[in-house]
Ligand binder design. Structure first.
Ligand SMILES: [Zn+2]
Length: 164
């Protein structure tokens, strides 16, 4: 009986660590740096209920106030810096050597980088934007200032928090 108990405890610990490694990225190898000084998460990657319907959230939302710094999570080449009409609003996208790309959405109108620029890991690239841009249009699907941070691998989004 004691042996069975120990076996169950061992399996539980193994499952916990596997889960921890997978979701929190405890031992991730390709470590990205945080794209903002504000690490509180207002919405995680994955399925969520939005307006009563199930919706897939393809990035992680950091609760960063308007005007706060946005940093390149890894060094790479900027492939886009401008407005995106798909709900992302003002967005900066960077391609990295490791085959992944990172995207920073709902930024303000001060783009510190432009397409083709090389950026260092941790470099200041822009600022968290307002809900409405100066033109009056909405800065993507956003209910208030925050940084929507995305990581893509081979064209598919992955949970950014497994990479940080
Ligand atoms: Zn988001």
């Amino acid at each position: 009986m004691k042996k069975l108990f120990l076996t169950i405890i061992s399996i539980a610990i193994a499952i916990f660590f596997t889960y921890a490694i997978y979701t929190i990225g405890v031992f991730s190898f390709d470590e990205l740096t945080y794209p903002t000084d504000y690490r509180a998460v207002s919405s995680y990657y994955g399925f969520r209920i939005l307006y009563g319907a199930s919706n897939f959230h393809n990035g992680v939302d950091f609760l960063a106030p308007q005007g706060s710094n946005i940093y390149a999570a890894e060094s790479g080449i900027v492939d886009y810096a401008g407005f995106m009409n798909d709900g992302s609003g003002n967005t900066i996208s960077i391609s990295h050597d490791s085959g992944i790309s990172t995207m920073y959405c709902h930024t303000d109108e001060t783009f510190l980088v432009s397409a083709g620029d090389y950026v260092e890991k941790g470099q200041l690239i822009g600022y968290v934007g307002p809900q409405y841009l100066s033109s009056g249009i909405m800065n993507g699907n956003t209910t208030g200032p925050h940084l929507h941070f995305m990581v893509l691998k081979d064209g598919y989004t992955i949970n950014p928090l497994t990479m940080i």
